[in-house]
Design a protein around this ligand. Sequence first.
Ligand code: ZN
Ligand code: ZN
Ligand code: FE
Length: 743
Amino acid sequence: MIFAIEIRGVVQGVGFRPFIYNLAASSGLKGQVSNNGYGVLILLDATREKVDGFIRQIRQNKPPLSEIDSIKITQIKKTKSFEGFSIQISKSAKLLSSKIPSDIAMCEECESELSDKTNRRFEYPFITCTNCGPRYSIIKNLPYDRKNTSMDEFIMCKKCEAEYKNPQDRRYHAQPIGCHECGPALSLYESNGKKIESENIIDEVVQTIADGRIVAIKGIGGYHLVCDASNDSAVELLRERKRRPSKPFGVMVKDIDTSKHLAYISEKEEALLNSNRRPIVLLQKRDDYALSRYVAPNISQIGLFLAYTPLHYLILQKLERPIVATSANISDEPLCRTYDEIMGLSSVWDCCLEHNREIVNGCDDSVAFVENEKIFMLREARGYAPLYLKLLHKTDKKILSLGANQKSTVAITIEDSVVLSPYIGDLGSLSSVEHFKSHIETLKRIYDFTPDVVVCDKHPNYESTKYAKELKAQNEVIELVQVQHHYAHILATMGVEGIASKVLGVSFDGTGYGDDGNLWGGEFFVCDNSSYKRVGQFKYFRLIGGERAIKEPRRVALSFLFEIYGDEAFKLNNQTINSFSSSEIKTLYTVWKNGLNSPLSSSCGRLFDAVASLLDIVQICSYEGESGLLLESLYDENITEYYEFGVQDFEIDFSQIAKQILVEKDVHVAVSKFFNTIVEIIYDMYKKYDLPLVLSGGVFQNRVLLRLIMRKIPDVILPEMFVANDAAIAYGQAIAALNLKTL
Ligand code: ZN
Ligand code: ZN
Ligand code: FE
């Protein structure tokens, strides 16, 4: 009898076929294995009993990077007989739902070969095998085969080819393999574009970094800007050239031991740092932290990650000190992916370490943190992307969701899953919008996808909304669905946790477009996956100057001072007031009073800003989320009191809390009581509604707040292994488009 076994999941590019081959060979089974558009297809000429035993073995011993979603067995007519067991060359199929593997850090075996003088890949900066190396970033099309990746232009030498063709070899069908002789190679450039000839390029780069200069390094999903993390003037120079005054930089270290000299690391954090996904992990700085004070100024956390490619590893091994490794871009522009793009940044770097393996799909570093033994993501990209998220039901609808405007991601639906792009960034410039469109094209190309539904935010000025309307204008047949931002937030967390029933959703973030046209961001919903009702919010306040108020916490604080004191606020001797000139105050008062360019908002993120200004912690932010990070650093666990607050007509009036903060003498007390108050407000609503509590929104990236809520409400539902910020929106939108009853 012949049985067809179809296995879906992450089963391509992870050594699945050779694993099957070896398993069949060792059991003396006849048949064949091949990749198809869905995953892996096995034909076995055996009894049902043997097939069941075979599948048990697959589940038990599958390759480390593989993930099995489903196994389907069907009996087919015996039309041919098999000699033995063979691996068939891939056929490309039209309908594709196979999962694309993520880019994976160098494995231990490759690492030891890299350092072995007798190995033919000794110090080869692109060493890889079936268990490691680039995947998503080099893939052009499915199925995942060398000809469908940017490795197609490298012709394998005899030795590599022999490994590639030998099912017993660790490099059997490892698509990105190469060696000194045949694979990708390094080159080095000056910022004027002149090629630097050098006997040993890595030594040259190491020396340049050690000299305090800035090097652009092409990695897996894009370029980094790199400098010596312990050299004050180097880090300062990078800040100046990158126009990034204080936003913390990520630091790359050679190994876990080095990281322990810089931060306090729990077991869970160590495992995450060391995992083959190698995200940047936010950690508590050690007291004797010995890096430049410009790396992560004024905050208690540091983002560390371990070298994840052989190239980074070789550099760090020789340099013997940590490096700042930050995405090569200017402020909110997209990450540089090509030589032309990095040349556009040549005023920032002194030399560029280039290589000739094309990055097909750009992918930033991922960022994560651990709180209460749970992993939360701040950015899901390299090592995680593309992300496959669940839908509760299978759908034939082809939904394209375009996400929000900041921390943009896009998603498509395939059967019962949502494929989410890596983090794209903020859609604040022409090039970032181009970048956003190219991510959509990538998903469409790889999955041969044509949308019949396009979902976007309700904000009329979001670039993603404009693009959705463009798509609709180009093709009338497309259904356009707009989903309220904060509801999409809650749906995303519900989706990750597999919940569809009624919950109390708390969506606290920066700002998002509300159903009444105001800027929401401190909302309580009673909702399920098909409808929502707003049951609470922070009482509206004015964002004086609109967009400017988002960058200037003092404008939010001023709004509350005007509300509390009216024009008496002019006379206050207060740091918020003093940060303006007296004529500015008078103008802003008129602006506030008449509601000129001062939209109403209920944003909880802005309340963090208000507190940071009232306590003179920061008046003007230099990066998004700065006030929250600074407040976190001032929290004192020993202070358990909170401020009085009232909930009236489902509104919480923050000016009542602001008044109490104004008379507080100690900053630590004020900050701690503020955090405790936010937790009490959530707890109060939770008790009132007695429903499962679901949280989402950028405010819940705040570690102190998360810790306190998990302590107070242990069964709170959070987006574990996922994001709380706007990168979650595309997923929530897809769920809404499938289920929403009324829009
Ligand atoms: Zn390897
Ligand atoms: Zn070779
Ligand atoms: Fe949001």
